[in-house]
Design a protein around this ligand. Structure first.
Ligand code: SF4
Length: 328
């Protein structure tokens, strides 16, 4: 498979009055054409910041301080504002967690959808309107002609999320970034939306970055996974690697805190003790050290190396480094 997106040692910081917050501390990954990658991690782990950086929506005081984002071989970070405008919408688009805050309450659904087409493509208004109706049909909205004239507050939460997906796909992007697109929905609608994204991705051979804190969602839709903690990718691999052979203590902790269908009747879920890292004053060494049951002296002094476990499965932990040394 060909590479579509290559993120190389990306570093993003926020320069606040209190000091520098290293929100993304040097992450690297690749996504091939037609692949779905999940990015998991708790709030504040940097997963949304890196997605906003890819799409050029990083706001001040945020700044890229290092690395490259290669899309089809071109470094997106070197794009002019005009190139970025063309890139955003035509090649990559994003769907957000809460459609109510993303859709404009004073414009009809039809106005907002056709505006998205008119901004990026040279077409007549009538053509944009018709294409918007087609798109609403495609995402499973009944009576689309009527919905085009309605306003966001007149639609249900599930319908608004479908409109957001329609808006994300309307210019036929090669990459869709879905930032927690089902978090605000109830479980039945969540399942329908996941199925819809998967179906559209297969039909359009699109690549998707699926940002979530829900491992169940990852298992259902993704091909591969990057687990983020404190601005770093601590483990990455295929869905099977992460679910059946997790190697990083943080990933293991996430697994133990998740309900399982094959669990014993009264099996307790085990939370990850402790609090997330204060990103203004990150600790020396491994960011997970203060919460890790396997923490060793070296973990508190030096950053762990990334260990290649084969077939794209990588994990950053001293535990694996010492195991590898013992085996050698
Ligand atoms: Fe735990 Fe050390 Fe591995 Fe960090 S490097 S996850 S502290 S064992």
């Amino acid at each position: 498979m060909d590479k579509l997106l290559e993120v190389k040692d990306l570093k993003v910081s926020f320069f606040t009055h209190a000091g520098e917050v290293k929100a993304v501390g040097g992450i690297s990954y690749e996504i091939n054409h037609g692949e779905i990658m999940g990015i998991v991690g708790e709030s504040g782990s940097g997963k949304s910041v890196e997605a906003y950086t890819i799409i050029g929506l990083l706001q001040s005081p945020g700044k890229v301080v290092g690395g490259e984002i290669l899309f089809d071989g071109e470094n997106v970070l070197e794009y002019t504002p005009e190139q970025m405008e063309d890139f955003r919408g035509n090649k990559v688009s994003m769907i957000f967690q809460n459609p109510m805050t993303c859709l404009n309450p004073v414009y009809s659904i039809g106005n907002q959808l056709s505006e998205a087409i008119l901004c990026h493509q040279k077409v007549e208004k009538k053509e944009a309107w018709d294409k918007s109706i087609e798109m609403l049909k495609l995402v499973g909205i009944n009576n689309p002609e009527k919905r085009m004239k309605q306003y966001p507050h007149e639609l249900s939460g599930g319908m608004r999320q479908r409109v957001m997906i329609a808006m994300g796909l309307i210019c036929d992007p090669k990459l869709l970034i879905a930032d927690e697109p089902t978090t605000a929905l109830d479980v039945t609608i969540q399942a329908q939306i996941l199925e819809l994204i998967k179906k559209l991705q297969e039909e359009r051979k699109m690549s998707v970055i699926f940002i979530t804190h829900n491992l169940g969602v990852v298992a259902e839709v993704c091909d591969k996974v990057s687990v983020m903690y404190a601005g770093k990718i601590v483990e990455q691999g295929s869905v099977d690697d992460i679910f059946y052979n997790p190697s990083h203590p943080y990933t293991l902790g996430l697994m133990r805190s998740m309900p399982r269908v094959d669990a014993e009747e009264y099996e307790r879920l085990i939370p990850i003790e402790g609090n997330p890292v204060d990103m203004l004053n990150p600790p020396e060494g491994c960011g997970f050290g203060a919460r890790c049951e396997y923490c060793m002296n070296i973990c508190l002094r030096k950053e762990p190396p990334t260990i290649d476990l084969g077939n794209g499965h990588r994990s950053s932990c001293w535990l694996l480094a010492s195991k590898q040394k013992e085996e050698a």
